[in-house]
Design a protein around this ligand. Structure first.
Ligand code: CMC
Length: 395
């Protein structure tokens, strides 16, 4: 009777049906609601992509305007959230802060958490997408010891976030169009990725019927790890380390370490559970990287050159060829963010901001299915057989 499929790491188990995102890992193809990521990244802004992921169709002009209005009217957080934030040490990792702040939202916005009510679910979705940039920027300003910058309606979603990050009481922030577009594209490329670890976490957590903010906080916590969203931070730290220790001349030496299984060193930003071909997001990210560096006069950025060289060597190396390891989205995204002025520690929080829509769309899809069940994996028990408890003096 205890016969279950044993599938550690879910290498071959589909845990749900989903109509949101499609990945063909062999071809290197990514579709949101059927639309190729390459077309969405060029023709749509991030909020249109959010609308698509949530509703299944791209918005028309009126729907787009209404959605933007709705996001713009939910982007403030309650002033008390500021006090909550102040409880953190100011050198706390932004992901630690974000896990806390998003979880705390469940205590601030509990007027619409009847999860069986689609309208309530929609309000929670809007609140999360609208407030996440504010929370991330607040965490950043707090770490700098600067006052928070309140959102300004009339700017784009990305323009607004960049201003909340970089404006100061002394100087407003002039949004550079290339930078704004690049940042928006980073968000689009990270918006959803079907049943990855953090999304599966949100679904499993949400399957108990918990508060949506609590479920998303669980996703943020999962994303933090270096094998998942933390890879962008780890990748940039890796590039900076190689650069500090000899740069391009030392790439060969570094690659030997990566191929040595005892070293524990991985080429961060490479490899993927599903893509066994070039990650289409990495391709778009590499192009964006070039555009941003050119626009900012940083064409000779040594880290970009280093990354290109690592990629060139890896794609020709038998170790990587045999294992079908290609650059993933995180390989170039850190270089773009660094050029924009975003500190390395914040990269994963920005991934969380971008992925929030994917998490909430997947959560909503699960709850919209009348037959959904609480997630409850089984196990193969490998512990001790039944035995009797010895008294303390016999242990
Ligand atoms: N550098 C060196 N070797 C690697 C790498 C790498 N980045 N990735 C995988 N391998 C090797 C691994 O050692 C194993 O070799 P062998 O078969 O000889 O034991 C083989 O390739 C298969 O790797 P795996 O760890 O069994 O594969 P997985 O599907 O469990 O892991 C992964 C996928 C993404 C966790 C892994 O490739 C990795 O750790 N990459 C670096 C971290 C990273 O960039 N993560 C971001 C993923 S994309 C964005 C996101 O999901 O957040």
């Amino acid at each position: 009777s205890d016969m279950f499929t044993f599938d550690p790491g879910f290498m071959s188990t589909a845990a749900c049906e989903s109509a949101i995102t499609y990945i063909d890992g062999d071809k290197g193809e990514l579709l949101y609601r059927g639309y190729p990521i390459e077309q969405l990244a060029v023709n749509c802004d991030y909020l249109e992509v959010c609308y698509l992921l949530l509703n299944g169709e791209l918005p028309n002009a009126q729907q787009k305007a209404e959605f933007e209005y709705s996001i713009n009217h939910h982007n403030l957080v309650h002033e008390q959230m500021h006090f909550f934030l102040r409880g953190f040490r100011r050198d706390a990792h932004p992901m630690a802060i974000l896990t806390g702040l998003v979880g705390a939202m469940s205590a601030f916005y509990h007027d619409s958490t009847d999860i069986s009510n689609p309208h309530h679910r929609e309000i929670s979705a809007i609140r999360l997408i609208a407030k996440m940039p504010t929370l991330v920027a607040m965490a950043y300003k707090y770490s700098c010891g600067e006052p928070y910058v309140y959102p300004r309606n009339g700017l784009s979603y990305s323009g607004n976030f960049l201003r909340q990050m970089f404006a100061t009481p002394c100087e407003d922030y002039q949004v550079n169009e290339v930078v704004e577009r690049a940042f928006d594209r980073i968000l689009t490329l990270h918006a959803d990725h079907e049943q990855n670890a953090s999304t599966s976490t949100v679904r499993l957590c949400g399957s108990s019927g918990t508060n949506p903010f609590a479920a998303i906080a669980a996703g943020v916590a999962c994303l933090w790890g270096p094998a998942h969203g933390g890879a962008n931070e780890a990748c940039l730290n890796m590039l900076e380390n190689i650069q500090a220790n000899g740069g391009i001349a030392k790439v060969g030496e570094f690659m030997e370490k990566v191929k040595d299984k005892n070293s524990g060193v991985r080429l961060m930003g490479f490899g993927h559970r599903v893509y066994k071909n070039y990650d289409p997001r990495a391709k778009l990210m590499q192009e964006t990287c070039k555009e941003v560096l050119t626009a900012l006069g940083l064409e000779n950025d040594p880290l970009f050159k280093l990354a290109m060289e690592l990629e060139r060597i890896a794609l020709e190396d038998q170790y990587f060829v045999d294992r079908k390891l290609y650059p993933n989205v995180d390989f170039y995204s850190g270089i773009v963010q660094r050029a924009i002025g975003i500190p390395t520690q914040l990269f994963t929080a920005i991934f969380a901001l971008a992925r929030t829509v994917g998490w909430i769309a997947q959560w909503n899809e699960m709850l919209s299915d009348a037959n959904y069940k609480i997630g409850r994996p089984r196990q193969l028990y490998v512990g001790s057989a039944r035995r009797d408890v010895p008294s303390l003096d016999k242990r």
